[in-house]
Design a binder for this molecule. Structure first.
Ligand code: UD1
Length: 417
């Protein structure tokens, strides 16, 4: 088994280039099922979830492969409804986008239950309610989901009971070819939703978003295109937490500063000096103070930064708190940070964190962002840490070990047997 070994307390100096956003690359890759022509997608991160998404499409008879360091070419003209790589679906939450994409392309879909990072119950009821609203019949048991329609899907007004990135994306995917106008209210506004909409529109779709309402006018077909994925905002924010813990100064390039504006304000309030340039940030961390945050859908503080921010609070003067409103049980990282000496009290969906001197330890990544948080904590800790279950981390962070080593972190990836 691979593991990451870190010797902490090194100052970080240098430059990091942010990769393309995993959470938009995945829906865009599955959206290619709607387009029976060549699509070239640029700025695709080389992470294992992306390779698995490409494998799933290939196993359906499509042609989907990297054609450059960060470019993929996808042609789904010959794709069939049957998927051979079903085990990969169970490993990745984003495989749920097969539901909307296959419903649009084939009029029906049957897949095993999508898996993914386990930070509590992750139901699909909002997705299925949305499909039902469009006239589909949804059948689900513990193992699989079947969605089909005896007639053509029909446009409708769909109101999401709760804001959901996945349900928003799936309902958009299902609506692209439906005659008339489909309206989705209370939708998610994350940049990855915007990214998917921009991609589909570039292929000929007619989708507009006005605040939290998406209006999709059905089109007859879509055409191949070349498209560049947005930068990964969570990756950029993760590296800001790392420099906050280790102190020093780094340049982060390839970012969209608009996507980060609320967090930049928050970090500045904590003592970070952040200078904004054209698609880049210079981040200087000397004295960092704590803060209290509440996670909520975009544009509020992202749940995907919660664990890394918790690690930062362990080192920030005065500590702080995090209230988790999106995934109320996303606290698996707490036990791991406690092994290092972290002072964390949890009450329900809130953690209260005091600053403490953390020591290196043997750690287990429990999911993607929790893994990124352990890397953060280990970078600031005294002595050696070993992080197991690296497979979670490489699902979403491209070349994380090299990127940190390049800015002065003492970090190594030890290959397994
Ligand atoms: C996506 C991201 C994930 C991120 C999350 C929130 C991908 C692959 N994953 O996950 O990294 O943490 O957005 O920003 O892009 N919910 C329901 N019923 C549903 C769907 C969701 O109750 O049918 C609930 C969830 O349990 C959660 C909340 O809605 O409490 C938000 O979840 P959602 O936005 O759907 O997250 P994902 O799309 O799964």
């Amino acid at each position: 088994m691979e593991k990451i070994v870190i010797y902490g307390k090194e100052k970080l100096e240098g430059s990091i280039k942010v990769s393309g956003m995993k959470n938009s690359a995945l829906p865009i890759i599955f959206a290619c099922l709607l387009i029976p022509e060549d699509c070239i997608i640029d700025n695709v991160p080389r992470v294992s979830d992306v390779s698995n998404a490409l494998k799933i499409l290939n196993s359906m008879g499509a042609k989907a492969e990297f054609c450059g360091q960060h470019s993929v070419i996808i042609n789904t003209k010959n794709a069939k409804e049957s998927i051979k790589e079903t085990s990969l679906i169970c490993q990745m939450r984003a495989s749920s986008y097969l539901m909307g994409a296959m419903l649009s392309r084939f009029g029906s879909v049957e897949i095993p239950m999508p898996g993914g990072c386990n930070f509590g119950v992750r139901p699909l009821d909002l997705h299925l309610k949305g499909f039902s609203g469009l006239g589909a019949i949804c059948e689900e048991n513990d193992e699989k989901i079947k969605i089909f329609s005896n007639k053509k899907l029909k446009c409708n007004k769909i109101i999401l009971d709760k804001i959901s990135v996945g349900a928003t994306i799936n309902i958009v995917l299902a609506s692209v070819f439906i005659d008339g106008v489909t309206v989705i209210s209370n939708c998610a506004m994350e940049p990855h939703v915007e990214d998917l909409i921009s991609f589909l529109n570039k292929c000929g779709a007619c989708i507009n978003r006005y605040g939290n309402v998406i209006i999709c006018k059905g089109v007859k077909r879509l055409y191949g295109t070349k498209y560049k994925i947005f930068p990964d905002m969570i990756e950029a924010l993760t590296y800001i937490t790392y420099v906050g813990i280790c102190k020093g100064s780094i340049d982060i390039s390839g970012v969209n500063t608009q996507h980060l504006s609320n967090e930049i304000k928050l970090f500045r309030g904590m003592g970070f000096k952040i200078f904004e340039g054209q698609s880049r940030l210079r981040v200087v961390a000397e004295v960092i103070n704590g803060a209290d945050v509440v996670t909520s859908p975009y544009p509020c503080f992202p749940t995907d930064l919660h664990p890394q921010f918790a690690a930062l609070l362990c080192y920030a003067n005065g500590g702080g708190s995090i209230k988790e409103l999106v995934f109320p049980t996303r606290f698996a990282y707490v036990k791991e940070l406690e092994k290092m000496g972290a002072c964390i009290k949890r009450h329900g969906n809130t953690v209260y964190i005091r600053d403490a001197d953390l020591k290196g330890a043997m750690l287990d990544a429990t999911d993607l962002r929790a893994g990124a948080a352990l890397v953060a904590a280990a970078l600031g800790a005294e002595g050696k840490s070993e992080i197991n279950n690296v497979n979670y981390i490489v699902r979403g962070y491209e070349n994380i070990v090299e990127k940190i080593a390049n800015i002065g972190g003492k970090i190594k990836l030890i290959k397994g047997d």
